[in-house]
Design a protein around this ligand. Sequence first.
Ligand code: BG6
Length: 502
Amino acid sequence: MTAASCIFVIFGGNGDLARRLLIPALYNMSEADQLPERYEVIGTGRAPLTDEQYRESVKKALQLKKSRSSAALDEFTAHFHYFIGDMSQVAPYAGLKRLLEQAAKNQGFSGSVVFYLATPPDLFCQIPPLLKSSGLLEQAPGAWRRVVIEKPFGHDLNTARELNRILLDAMNEDQIYRIDHFLGKRMVQSILPIRFANTIFEPLWNRNYIRSVQITAAETLGVEKRANYYDQAGALRDMVPNHMMQVTALLGMEPPNSLRASDVQSEKLKLIRAITPFDERTARANAVRGQYTQGKIGGITYPAYRSEPGVKPDSTTETFAALKLSIDNWRWSGVPFYLQTGKRMAFPLTQIVIEFNSAPTHPLPQNLLTLKIQPDPLISLTLATQATEGGHQLRQARICFNYDENLKQNDIGRTGYENLLSDLINGDATHFQSAEQAEAAWGVVQPALDFWEENPSENLEFYPAGSLGPVGARRLPEREGRHWLLLESAPAAAPPLGERAA
Ligand code: BG6
């Protein structure tokens, strides 16, 4: 059930994230009746804007990708207000508090508030203590206060721990929503129903039947205008301890006692804690990193990462990472989980492949369960069938369920934040990260990051933009007699693999 009323305070209300994703998500939610009956949005920022100017800029942002009727925009933006202040300082908080109290009083609101930190990450540590000291995090029956923290959640294990400490000093864990937009994706949300509402899978979902689990997140995008952040972060920090680790947890966890957030969260945490953390030896052997050089995608030549605006010309930051993870528990012992993610790859593809063991009499073709997250979410099962009538030859057949086609709906125009914001309003933290998960996930990869930092050129391979990543990534499964199963890969003739750095 949706809360009856709520105020959204967006810190960084005029920033890129708010304009590109959050506000369009709120708009989509208002159209889909996913917002409380009564709601107001307060954007904060330092720029001296009036409410009217802010509403105009919100309208402009909403018109960017899709034309919308001006009556609908007027109606939607009438809920928007602007609050001027440097929110890293204590001074503006008294004014913000007055504004919230006024809104609650005038409009008969319950006083439930979402504080969304759509700000640069250094403010994640500064704003929560100020919210606390100004009394803005105090809750009353029917009037909750929730804080949303964006990524990156820390830069490493220590900073993630420190951020958790600061947040938990300011409020209770159940007031904190660490958002991970992957958890809002339709196929990612389908993992648990597919696993636990189909009795055919659970008996097979273990080391006796599964040969490998593969998770790929390939993008054709480069670093865009985010060099400032990305050159400090790199592909592993950007994608693995959050998005890919959450997907790993959903794929590997034990059945939860119920679908309540606390039950799901504790199983996910147990799984992440069962992943063997890297050490120097395994970082060398099982963690591959790459950086893109100049190359072509779809006939267009893209510059090397080192030539991108804002990137240091001798940068050793990785734009590609591939890892082999081992999960040390009864269910998964001996089953490799291969993860790979990269920018400027040959095609965009985010997918999971569960590779089952071969039949003893027919080594090939194998059974594969593919969950394609994007583009075009689908689930497919690959089976072996007879190739020709009367013959003994086998061929692969695929049974496929395409979500967009079958449900006659698609996610076009949706930002991926809608379902998560709706859960947040309803107090459902199932699809958010917990404090302990964030730390456990960093704990797994931290030794690999340390190894790379201490040995900046070692292990760094280059791959041309438009390829499938560095050679080392291909070798990761190959040396164990496996290979990447990119079932939905686009071009028939994929460009060549990159070369190892001299
Ligand atoms: C973000 C990363 O969290 O996820 C980006 O910071 C990346 O670098 C993006 O491009 C990928 O998400 P999606 O939804 O575009 O696949």
